[in-house]
Design a protein around this ligand. Sequence first.
Ligand code: MLT
Length: 276
Amino acid sequence: MTATPGDAPIPALAVRELRGGTAGSTPLVLLHGFPVDSRMWESTVAQLPVDRTVLGVDLPGLGGSADVDLPAPPGLEAAADAVAQALAARGVERAVVAGLSMGGYVALALLERHPDLIAGLGLLDTKATADDDDARLNRLRIADAVEETGSVAEVLPMGTALLGESTRAARPTLAATLTAWIEDQQPAGVAWSQRAMAARPDRGHLLREFHGPALVLVGDEDQVTPAAVAEAMAEALPAGQLVVVVRSGHMTAVEDPAAVAAALGDLAQRVDTVND
Ligand code: MLT
């Protein structure tokens, strides 16, 4: 393992067992998007077709990890080290790791820093590239605003904006659920996450080097990480499979949990086949 930037202590993250499973099967570890927490996986896990342990990790500063000491400087490398440490504390040394959006950025940082942990990789509504200057500056502006106001109001519109148009029309109450999850977050964790994402490098080269089973999933109405980005990632991964979820936006796991559960179940089975 490479050292955490600044060799800061690694925060002890909250890990939720979203489903218990048969001992011996490779666990599934789910990393949530921004600015929510592991609750976003519950509807997906309820529909997972496989019998295995499923763990949801709350990333630094968010959800059940709101009160951890946040590493300085903010970085997804520190988040990845904290995930690896939290899993090791539970005896998990190899897992199917799937992350949505920010969770996908952390999954790629895990692949870089803790490659032995990754038995299978799920990249949902995410990208492997770094931010451009405008996106980076916007994140830093939001981080400052959230800190200065002591409120997450700046990111509340994401509760609606991350959902696809079809979901907003068909399930009008879902935006309120997402917005409530965002309202639950602490400004410090929201600001830290934005700064950590702003600092992330391009990790595209890792895709070509990962030969294990991999899933790239995207909603066809995802405006944040569009389908073309997902197609390119799936092509770069030697064993990448692309799943496009129709009539879904960026938050596929809450917009169409059945489709995401089926795709994750398939990924887990591919990992089992490789291990047999
Ligand atoms: C997320 O859903 O995690 C965010 O949209 C990620 C981002 O801001 O890049």
